[in-house]
Design a protein around this ligand. Structure first.
Ligand code: AGP
Length: 592
């Protein structure tokens, strides 16, 4: 969600465009750059895709630094006036901002009282104006004063007319810096540093500073600070794509991710990670996440509860803070996040920590804010995920949650850690037959609504399958517990309504099929999704029986979802939608 990149070096206009393209995955609806040359600032902005901006940007003689931005609209519609960079009235300060300034309205009123005029609806413009208001000739002091009155989240890239360098500041939105000889880059994601630097600095909250071709200085409100230079791990950054879309590439990276996980987490490693965890006093476990990560949490709770006999509760991260959760030292809070930057999940972590709970993070981006903060980090080793719709990361989260259930089960009940299931999954793993998946996608694409039903863990799979279809195909796909049909949902069934029935648990299949029959009797077309052989008498009545490969019950959920990710992908492509960038959505949701 929003991304910034700043560059010190020759031809920044070219580099900024190239790097903004790397930040596209975060989601955005307008973009802009400001470039400094010996003639002053040149600003270019465009609504829509980076290519629109690219076509407007002119080559600038003797340009040597610049700042760029992709904006995902929060305050004010996505147009050129609201697009960043923003500039102060005296034209001395130009800034780009990622985050939200929560007290912008009162600050704006104050500045209007002092005679300032505003040209945009954004919260960001007040920062440019505040820099002018506090300007006392000492730029770093001006920045310190400005950020001290801001409430909310910000990663800032700032240029000043009479200074040859970039100022930066960070609070609750990610910001990194890398250098390569005399060139410097400041960015929201280290992915921008690919083919640039070998090391990077990760800024902590409250840090601000200055970078030029000669030096990088870091400060906090007390004075100068040191930040450790970290090695850039290029293997984690494979964002090249030979497939038609990232979503397809990433679905097909599920099996390699499963293999990575199984190589990384040996029995010994799982024992070591939790060596110092005292489980004697643990009375409850809460699992927290948003969207797909929340669906993984539902599945994880089931796995962990069965392995440990400890009560587990799943809470959507955006609700966690406001639910006044009764947690303390007797609680483990498991935070699940692909990006590790999701604002609501980070806020849930802060509350859990404040209340003394033990925190475990199931996270993909190992340099993310959340990954750095949790007591126990379990990386999911899925590699970079670029498509907005999460696919391989979900499956990797499920597998790591399973491993966590085994490790906790071992601590609590002294039970054996069972990794044979993972081997079986790797051997069994099957993406299905492309033709069959494409045919089903072709049937489903013409519907404006779809229903999915299931019992137990199948219901959770249906939730995630439904989210994938909604996100990438804009079909209103709704999910119900199969046993709930008669309690209201049946009223929605009309002739030829598609009902997709998830029935992958042997214990529950007969009950689920009875529910499917109830829907069929009212005109529904049933697609039964199951690994089991079904009597011909039943299958003849259904529109389609769609088979999935059987694996160990505990990891069947991974087999199940992969096919639905592919179906969602094909529906999207058949409808002419770009599945990598669904409308209105961002990959990394860094605001509440
Ligand atoms: C998944 O397809 C979604 N784009 C979204 O629900 C996502 O899972 C959610 O925003 C949480 O993100 P996180 O895992 O990075 O915290």
């Amino acid at each position: 969600m929003c991304g910034i990149v700043c560059y010190i070096g020759k031809k920044p206009e070219k580099i900024l465009i190239e790097k903004l393209k790397r930040l596209e995955y975060r989601g955005y609806d307008s973009a802009g750059i400001a470039v400094k040359s010996d003639k002053g600032f040149d600003i270019f902005k465009a609504k829509g895709e980076i290519k629109n901006l690219e076509s407007k940007v002119k080559e600038i003689d003797n340009s040597y630094l610049g700042i760029g931005h992709t904006r995902w609209a929060t305050h004010g519609k996505p147009d050129e006036a609201n697009a960043h960079p923003h500039i102060s009235t005296d034209k001395k300060w130009v800034i780009v901002h990622n985050g939200i300034i929560e007290n912008y309205s009162s600050l704006r009123d104050k500045l209007i009282g002092f005679g300032y005029e505003f040209y945009s609806e954004t919260d960001t413009e007040i920062i440019a104006k505040l820099l002018q208001y506090y300007d006392n000739g000492n730029a770093l002091e001006t920045i310190r004063q400005t950020i001290s009155v801001l409430k909310g989240s910000f990663a800032l890239g700032i240029m000043k007319q009479d200074v040859d360098g970039i100022f930066f500041a960070k609070s609750k939105s990610p910001l990194f810096i890398s250098k390569n000889e005399e060139n410097v880059m400041v960015a929201s994601d280290i992915i921008c540093f690919k083919n640039f630097g070998d090391t990077f600095y990760q800024l902590s909250d409250g840090v601000f500073g200055f970078a030029s071709s000669k030096k990088i200085e870091f400060y906090d409100k007390f004075g100068s600070v040191n930040i450790k230079e970290e090695k850039l791990d290029l293997n984690e950054m494979d964002d090249e794509n030979k497939y038609e879309h990232f979503m397809l590439k990433e679905i097909y990276e599920t099996k390699p991710a499963i293999k990575n996980i199984s190589e990384f987490y040996s029995k010994q490693r799982l024992l070591e990670i939790f060596e110092n965890l005292n489980v004697k006093n643990i009375r409850k476990i809460k699992l927290v996440g948003c969207g797909t990560a929340y669906h993984a949490a539902l599945m994880g709770a089931d796995m962990i509860e069965k392995a440990t006999d400890i009560d587990c509760e799943v809470v959507v991260a955006s609700e966690f803070r406001y639910s006044e959760p009764r947690i303390g030292e007797d609680t483990i809070v498991i935070l699940i996040s692909q990006s590790g930057e999701t604002a609501d999940t980070l806020a849930a972590f802060e509350l859990a920590k404040q209340k003394g709970a033990i925190t475990i993070g199931i996270i993909n981006i190992e340099y993310s804010a959340l990954a750095k903060k949790v007591d126990y980090l379990l990386p999911i080793k899925a590699g970079v995920e670029v498509a907005v719709a999460s696919t391989k990361a979900y499956s990797a989260q499920l597998l790591v949650l399973y491993l966590l259930s085994q490790a906790l089960g071992n601590k609590v009940k002294n039970s054996e850690i069972d990794l044979s299931t993972v081997k079986t999954l790797i051997n069994d793993f099957d993406y299905g037959t492309t033709k069959e998946l494409q045919d089903l996608a072709e049937y489903l694409r013409y519907n404006d609504k779809l229903f999915m039903i299931g019992r137990g863990k199948d219901y959770f799979t249906a939730l995630e399958a439904s989210l994938k279809i909604k996100e990438t195909s804009y079909i209103n796909s709704d999910t119900y517990y199969a046993g709930e049909l008669k309690h209201g949902f049946l009223a929605l069934i009309e002739e030829d309504t598609f009902v997709i029935v998830f029935a992958t648990d042997k214990k529950l299949i007969d009950k689920t099929i009875s529910n499917a029959e109830e829907a069929r009797a009212r005109g529904a077309k049933i697609i039964l999704f199951t690994p089991f052989d079904i009597d011909k008498g039943i299958t003849d009545k259904f529109f389609k029986v769609f088979k999935v490969k059987k694996t160990d019950d505990r990891l069947q959920c991974i087999e199940n979802i992969t096919m639905w990710q592919l179906i969602a992908y094909y529906i999207s492509v058949n409808k002419g939608i770009n599945p990598d960038k669904p409308r209105n959505l961002a990959k990394s949701v860094t605001v509440e």
